[in-house]
Design a protein around this ligand. Structure first.
Ligand SMILES: [Zn+2]
Length: 267
């Protein structure tokens, strides 16, 4: 279980977990054929200095840190790995903390200076926030809500192709919530904008942190209420109704989009 538990213990325990990133890849330590998260006692031996090294709370009472390692070459025994595919390699708890670590590291990198007066920010010890020593402005980690929705019509599901997807890939509709909207309004607007139809019976499904760079995906199900599919051919380049037997290439396990499609398949 992730808990905030601020301030951090001082000195940091040698068994603290350190989620270090090289670019967007998480540093793992090879330990008898298994990749594990390095501990504080391991990273003290690393030759390269760490950047944005920061306590981020505890996982099952173990202190956790995030940080960036910028050495071009890593010592033997360490492997950087893309975060998303680690969904199937790490436990749910560790993967969740790795997402939190990456989200907060990105926020720390992008908020080094005060947005009001430009002074170098200082990280607070009593909570995870940055405070400007000059004007007192406080910045908290940014979380951007985005909706993702599976729309069904009789025995079919609507799937669309974004111009950002790999060739042939389709998924459910998704988009950021706009200022001034509630989540349901965001769902209705995104559906209208991306595929031109009306939807009804919008129901909450589940949610998932998606720190690429700072989203929280909020999943919904909905039913077609009227209109024909119309796409803009810019962001969305194809969309159609599919049955369980005619599904195109869909996202792999681990994403909320895939969970929504799996929900449709089990209906
Ligand atoms: Zn300031």
């Amino acid at each position: 279980m992730i808990e905030l538990n601020f301030p951090a213990a001082n000195p940091a325990p040698s068994a603290a977990c350190c989620f270090l990133f090289q670019g967007d890849e998480l540093l793992l330590k090879e330990d008898s054929e298994q990749n594990i998260i390095p501990l504080m006692q391991d990273i003290k031996k690393l030759p390269s200095p760490l950047v944005h090294f920061q306590y981020i709370g505890t996982l099952n009472q173990t202190a956790c840190y995030t940080g960036s390692i910028e050495a071009p070459r890593l010592p033997a025994g360490y492997t950087p790995k893309k975060l998303r595919p680690l969904y199937s390699e790490l436990s749910e708890d560790l993967f969740g903390m790795a997402l939190r670590a990456y989200h907060l590291l990105t926020w720390l990198k992008n908020n080094q200076f005060c947005g009001c007066c430009g002074t170098k920010m200082a990280t607070l010890s009593e909570e995870l926030a940055q405070k400007c020593p000059s004007c007192g402005h406080i910045a908290y980690p940014k979380i951007s809500p985005a909706i993702i929705v599976a729309i069904t019509k009789e025995d079919k599901i609507l799937l669309a192709r974004s111009n950002r997807f790999p060739p042939g890939r389709y998924s459910v509709i998704a988009g950021f919530v706009e200022a001034g909207e509630n989540l349901e309004q965001g769902v209705i607007r995104e559906i209208k904008e991306e595929v031109g139809i009306q939807a009804k019976n919008i129901r909450y499904f589940s949610s998932q942190p998606w720190p690429y760079p700072d989203s929280l995906m909020i999943g919904f199900t909905a039913e077609w209420a009227g209109g024909e599919i119309t796409i803009d051919n810019k962001e969305i380049v194809a969309a159609d109704w599919f049955t369980a037997n005619t599904l195109p290439d869909i996202p792999g396990q681990g994403s909320l989009g895939r969970k929504l499609i799996d929900w449709y398949l089990k209906k």
